[in-house]
Write a protein that binds this ligand. Structure first.
Ligand code: WTA
Length: 585
């Protein structure tokens, strides 16, 4: 180990010695900026076409490829098996141009929905950005999704095209006849021409590498992502091209990307973190990014940091806890001094995680960041120049007004718990829930955007996460709706009814727990539990199955027949049951 640097001093609060920081932070003078910053100031971080038009993908790739960064490495793609390939901005420009031309040849039109259902590969980035460049709405889909999850998303969005591979395509086929709008299945790999599949590689090889990014109205859509709420099927959160302004600014201010940085975001492109900070933001800032294929593996993660000389690392608390559990010998065997700044998102980051990082990563702490699929970029964070209070999410970005309010939308005094809300209208805010205005309107009340989280603010203006105000489950940082799991469960022949909750878990934040009423004639058994788990995994997603199952006689319901998950949770955790006046019977 090298001698520890003295950038950070730690008591209860992690303080920073600005003179010792390796690079001067991009954001300086937070308190002053809170007073003076206007969103119009950020518009100059991106390039605009004549008439106030814009294209997010042009800003992410083309402007660098057509300028001084053309030969700079944009992507170091490591397949996870030790093979790393490097691509310059110019190469990504040509590839995304080719893909935009492929879509044009197929007749895909402006704002058509194009899904990307791929493992982390070069093609995943290229098809996502190429679709945006062509004016389509790109929608990445997590590769662990099963047929039910795929059908819900493609059907609701009316997707016309999907880019996938020869393995994942099998899952698409199981639901294809229920998707009348899906015209094009583009396969990166061995495409089956007889089945009407389009061969990605062949099409790309014959497509031109020239394409002019389509000038879009800033309010037209760049991407959409399905996410879970308390009730109903997953909802399509839609983001406008204008969002790239804030996605760029937050990458500069929060993740502190500088020209020489090598940036690694561990999230899959199927989640919003992967889209915004594993693709759009860092490239818009002209940074080199690492994309690592394969599954989570501590050894490989440390080796990647060392071998690719990663300086900024953005990951999630579950990963941090898993690395902590693996012990400190493994990181000690690697040279991790290249790291300059660490960030985390998705769930509460334990103070121990922050402190552990100081020990293991040459005195670098994790900076917690808070945001949501709907917010389109980081809104609350521990900035590089600020002292970190371990366990706190930090402060709101200049330009963002966040507050904690009571049930009537009145701001609460410091220290009191309430709903975390934001003043709507920031550039990267979602523009709609796809074809579901009532759902969109549920977020907005009393002049606030309701996040669904509860929080409190301390005497120094730091935000502290308390919990969810609704039933949304975060398991290993991934967002799961109880209704989706319940819907998958009741498709199993042995199940009449199911209620699903999140149960706190040391490692995963929460695990999914199901309470099940069996169909008469079925008996509880461990084999049946396993069979049910397998069933949900194969239909919904590898991560969205109940790790715990209890068989029960009945489920608590309201008089109108809604399962009261609140009561299931209270009983499971030994909490007071609260108001039960709406309980049935
Ligand atoms: C939770 C992920 C505590 C929160 C970018 C939020 C967090 C939901 C944090 C959004 C954090 C996110 N501390 N909780 N720093 N960041 N969350 O849409 O409940 O997958 O509402 O977006 O994750 O999850 P989503």
């Amino acid at each position: 180990m090298t001698e520890k640097t003295r950038e950070f001093m730690h008591s209860d609060i992690v303080r920073k010695d600005m003179a010792q920081l390796r690079l001067e932070p991009n954001l300086k003078g937070y308190e002053g900026l809170r007073e003076t910053f206007k969103w119009a100031d950020a518009d100059k971080l991106v390039e605009w076409f004549p008439g106030g038009k814009i294209n997010s993908a042009y800003n992410v790739i083309d402007r660098h490829a057509l300028g001084e960064r053309k030969d700079k490495i944009a992507l170091i793609y490591d397949d996870g098996e030790g093979d790393a390939q490097k691509y310059t901005f110019k190469q990504l420009y040509e590839e995304t141009n080719r893909f935009a031309n492929v879509l044009g040849r197929l007749g895909v039109k402006r704002q058509d929905r194009v899904f990307v259902f791929l493992q982390r590969t070069l093609e995943q980035y290229v098809s996502f950005l190429g679709a945006i460049k062509a004016g389509a709405i790109a929608s990445p889909m997590f590769p662990a999704f099963g047929p039910d999850a795929i059908k819900d998303r493609l059907l609701d969005s009316g997707a016309v095209a999907i880019v996938t591979d020869s393995e994942l395509v099998k899952r698409v086929y199981t639901v294809k006849d229920q998707l009348p709008d899906l015209k094009h299945i583009i396969v990166a790999g061995d495409a089956n021409a007889d089945a009407g599949e389009i061969d990605y590689r062949a099409e790309m090889a014959s497509a031109s590498d020239r394409f002019e990014a389509v000038p879009m109205d800033p309010e037209e859509f760049q991407f959409m992502l399905y996410t879970s709420g308390t009730t109903g099927k997953p909802k399509g959160v839609v983001h406008a091209h204008k969002g790239i302004v804030q996605q760029t600014l937050s990458t500069r201010w929060v993740l502190d990307v500088h020209e020489e940085d090598i940036f690694w975001c561990t999230a899959d492109l199927g989640w919003v973190t992967g889209v915004v900070y594993g693709c759009l933001g860092p490239w818009s800032c002209g940074a080199t990014q690492v994309g690592l294929g394969g599954r989570f593996d501590p050894e490989r993660w440390y080796r990647s940091i060392q071998d690719h000389r990663i300086s900024i690392w953005y990951t999630a608390p579950t990963a941090v806890r898993m690395l902590m559990a693996k012990g400190d010998d493994l990181p000690a065997k690697h040279d991790l001094t290249c790291l300059r700044a660490l960030y985390s998102v998705g769930e509460p980051l334990n103070p121990e995680g922050v402190r552990w990082a100081l020990e293991v990563f040459d005195n670098k702490p994790f900076h917690d960041t808070w945001w949501q699929t709907e917010t389109g970029s980081i809104l609350i964070t521990n900035f590089p120049e600020m002292p970190i209070k371990p366990g706190s999410m930090g402060k709101a970005l200049p330009g963002i007004y966040a507050a904690v309010v009571d049930e009537d939308g009145n701001e609460l005094p410091q220290g009191e718990e309430g709903s975390l809300v934001i003043r709507p209208g920031w550039p990267s805010m979602m523009r709609q829930i796809w074809k579901n205005e009532p759902k969109f309107n549920e977020y907005l009340r009393d002049g606030w955007y309701y996040t669904g989280d509860t929080a409190k603010i301390d005497e120094d203006g730091y935000f502290w996460y308390v919990g969810r105000a609704d039933d949304v489950i975060k398991t290993s940082g991934e967002r799961v709706g109880p209704f989706e799991v319940e819907s998958a469960l009741i498709e199993h022949e042995a199940i009449v009814e199911a209620g699903v909750i999140g149960k706190p878990d040391q490692l995963r934040g929460s695990i999914i727990k199901a309470f099940i009423v069996l169909t008469p004639g079925y008996k509880e058994s461990d084999e049946l539990k396993k069979d049910i788990q397998k069933f949900v995994k194969s239909r919904l997603a590898g991560h969205a199955y109940p790790r715990e199952i209890d068989f029960v006689e009945t489920l608590p319901k309201t008089r109108s027949g809604k399962i009261m998950r609140r009561l299931l949770r209270a009983k499971e955790l030994g909490l007071p049951t609260g108001d039960t006046s709406t309980l049935e019977g």
